[in-house]
Structure formats: C-alpha cells, structure tokens
Design a protein around this ligand. Structure first.
Ligand code: 3PG
Length: 345
C-alpha cells in the first residue's frame, strides 16, 4: 500500500501533543467535483450536488481542539453509557472491512459479495478492541465483508453489547425481528445495513486481477481508474459517483444520529469511506487521490457543534499508510491493552 504522504503533511498536527485543527465551519454537503489550479491545501472548489450552491470555501482560522478525556483516556472501569457524555458531542468510528478473500487474491471486488479471510476475521476482532467508546448504532454496507467486520468487532468490544442486524427490507421482516424486552434492547447495538455504503461498483474490472489489469492497460490507466476522483472504470462508478450515494446517505441518516449525541460506527469499504472522509475533511479531488485506507483499521472522529474533528487511529504504527496515525493514540491503545484484563474481567 502506498503511504498517504499528503495526509501526513496536511495533518501533521495530529502527531503533536498540543495540536490544533484547521477547520472552517461545516457546510451542507459540498463535494468537490472539479479541481481548480489553486493551492489545494487551502481552498476547495466545491460544487454542489445539484441542490447546493457552488462556492469556494477557504480554510481560515485555526481553532484549538483539546483531546476529549472522556472518550480517549484509558479507564480501568467501563465508562457509564451516554448519560455521562457531553450531550453536544458524539464519536464517529470508521472501519474499512478486514481483508476479504478477493483482497487476498488481489482481485477487483467492488459490489461482488465476498467474505473475509481468516486474517480479515482477526483484523475485525482486533478493531473491536480499539477503545472504551460505547457504540450506540452501527451502519454497514449490505455486503457481507463489512457486516462480518462490524459484528466481529463488537464481539471484542469492551461493552459486550450484542450487535443485532436490523431487517427493514419488508414490513414482515421488520415485524418478525422485533425484540420485546427493554433490558435486552439496552444490551444490544442496532446494526443498520445500507447499500449506499457499498464499495464503488467496479464495472467490468470486477473479478479481474489488479496486477494483470495493470500489465494489460498500463499502470497509469489503472491508477486513474482506482484513485482518480472523476474517472470511472469501464462501466463502473467513479469515486465521485460513489460519493453521490454514500455521502448523501451519511448526511441524511448518520449525521442526525451524531447530532443527537449517539456514538456511531460505520463498517464499510475503501472507496465508500474515502468519499465520506473526503466530505468530513473537506479534501480536494487532488488530495483524495493519495488517501489510502488499510483494512480493519478504525479511524476516530469527534462530532461537536456541527463539526467533525479527526482524532486519528488508536492503533500501533504497523501500517505505513495508516491514515492520521498518531503516537499519542498508539500509546493510548497500548495502555488499554495493558489494562484490558481488568476491564474485561
Ligand atoms: O473493490 C476492491 O477491489 C477493493 O475493495 C478496493 O479496491 P481499490 O483499492 O482498487 O479501490
């Protein structure tokens, strides 16, 4: 995997203990659809998805952000649920699914529904150990690799709540899967599957070997299909097209939960999550090219006062391309592991 250099430079603040975040007020969905030849680290040309006005948005003042001790400090005891949480903030955890059988074979997967490998299962279980953050609701794609990741992560999660996949595909399915005990509901976490969070549809590349495709069509062409913002693979979706549905779903269904103070986990895919991160971090279409997400690595954001603040990934420095890895968060994770016996006993 290539190292996301632009990330490390843009977000080097995360690796500083007394970091600040450069962040403008959040706007309604404004996805970049064109790159302007302007300093891409400062400005975004954002043209709306039909309903939003085009505008140039400039990152301006720096706002100080302190680490939230409630959510990030290791604790020997399980933190009581949301009653003790500041009501105007919520945690958002993004996880790309663990390694799938086609990841292992280096095949373009897209919307083909392929399960996890044993390594993928382990990655998902490991991802669940990330923190003491109580999860209120989980969103996944409709694909099994994301759903496996979500439920396996919850098996290891310190809260020991039971992930329950909601079946809202028909009135009957909804009615037949009801739970009639409030106590049992309290010990559960709803898992909401949504096709809009699926991997980008890779068109006629699905099932092809990535290496062989690069040899056949040229590395440059295949890199453009895989990483450009607006060039779709043959008969497939560009990242822009994938963002149209994934970000719209995020805005309409996930942001309201965060605004209500619910902690949310999303288990999804490399490209559906890249498009959501592009929205959260206001990345330009140029910057998103170098955004790489590892399988099974959780990324944490805090949603507060209508803004998303990136907190990086509370995992060790094992992956070169880990998005916004920070030393501080790795130490935090290590402390959690050290105290896990006490927490889980
Ligand atoms: O669909 C796939 O093949 C992978 O999940 C993502 O592939 P990519 O890294 O080529 O976008």
């Amino acid at each position: 995997m290539s190292t996301a250099m632009s990330y490390q430079s843009i977000y080097s603040f995360v690796s500083q203990q007394s970091s600040t975040i450069s962040q403008s007020s959040r706007q309604p969905l404004l996805l970049p659809t064109k790159c302007l030849k302007i300093d891409s680290s400062l400005c975004y040309y954002t043209s709306r998805r039909k309903r939003n006005l085009s505008k140039i948005e400039t990152i301006s003042s720096q706002i100080s952000v302190s680490y939230n001790t409630t959510l990030l400090s290791p604790s020997k005891n399980i933190i009581p649920d949301n009653s003790q949480k500041k009501s105007n903030e919520a945690a958002l955890i993004l996880i790309r699914h663990g390694e799938s059988l086609w990841n292992a074979k280096n095949l373009f997967t897209g919307c083909v529904d392929v399960p996890l490998t044993e390594k993928g299962v382990e990655e998902a279980i490991e991802a669940g150990k990330i923190s003491n953050i109580p999860i209120d609701v989980i969103f996944t794609s409709s694909l099994i690799r994301a759903q496996m990741t979500a439920v396996l992560a919850m098996i290891q999660h310190r809260r020991k709540k039971v992930p329950i996949i909601l079946h809202n595909e028909s009135d009957q399915a909804k009615s037949w899967s009801q739970v009639f005990s409030e106590e049992t509901k309290d010990q559960s976490v709803p898992v909401i599957p949504a096709w809009q969070l699926n991997e980008r549809m890779y068109g006629e590349l699905q099932g092809l070997n990535k290496q062989e495709t690069a040899e056949r069509y040229g590395k440059q062409q295949v890199h453009e299909w895989r990483r450009s913002y607006d060039i779709p693979p043959p008969k497939g979706e560009s990242l822009e097209m994938c963002a149209e549905r994934a970000v719209a779903y995020f805005e309409e269904n996930i942001e309201p939960k965060l605004a209500a103070g619910k902690n949310v986990m999303i288990a999804a895919h490399g490209n559906s999550l890249r498009s959501i991160i592009m929205y959260l971090d206001k990345l330009t279409c140029k910057e998103v090219i170098s955004l790489e997400l590892s399988t099974g690595i959780p990324l944490l954001y805090i949603f507060k006062d209508g803004k998303f603040m990136k907190r990086g990934s509370p995992v060790g420095p094992t992956e070169a391309g880990v998005y916004a890895y920070t030393k501080r968060l790795a130490q935090y994770r290590q402390k959690l592991d050290e105290s896990s016996e006490v927490i889980c006993s």
